[in-house]
Write a protein that binds this ligand. Sequence first.
Ligand code: SAM
Length: 211
Amino acid sequence: MLGVQTTARRLIRRLAGDRTLSPAMRAVGATAGMISIPEADLLYDLAREVSPGHCIVEVGSYRGRSTVALSLGAQNAGNGVVVYAVDPHQTFTGILGGQFGPKDRAAFYRTMLRTGCWENVALVNLSSERVTPGFEAPVQLLFIDGDHTEAGVRRDWGCWRSLLVASAKVAFDDATNPDLGPYKLLAELLASGEWRQAAAVGKVRVVERSH
Ligand SMILES: C[S@@+](CC[C@H](N)C(=O)[O-])C[C@H]1O[C@@H](n2cnc3c(N)ncnc32)[C@H](O)[C@@H]1O
């Protein structure tokens, strides 16, 4: 039986060479990560909309797959805004059993160099609560894909929500599994009436203010 890593490597090679995909999605496909191509396409489109002077924040970057989608959306088709990639890259076991650690930082750096995304990506190698106290850039797009426990996603949301501009969109990965934190938080935000769903692709859900 093929190992999970061998299968993942084969998939990456196939996607990287798939001529039916745009160059940006081929760059995404060539990077290890947890989002699908349609989900990456959604992030690419959301990143295009971010206005000059505003920024994108991603919580949970791993080896840079979703970061590439956000970065290239802003660089190629948008306003070249900065993507702050927030991930401590420390030893961490995700709620679904995923193993993460410092080797992912090396892979992230390689991804940035290979794709040219270093141009507008700033890696912030810390957890949200260490970052937001001194953070001043207005956030128009927030992608939360870090610690999917309820406490983890609530911590990230609590840290970043006051930095969101009025027109901000917030995307949550793994928002369709009722056992995970993003699903629970999302249900609460929608029930509050303050937020409404703006998009849904795969396991990603996007919300914006109802106004
Ligand atoms: C599911 S992976 C992210 C996948 C990535 N967005 C992609 O599309 O490939 C989760 C990441 O969250 C990171 N993480 C864990 N705790 C975190 C925290 N407190 N703040 C930011 N990132 C965290 C882990 O180090 C890991 O790299």
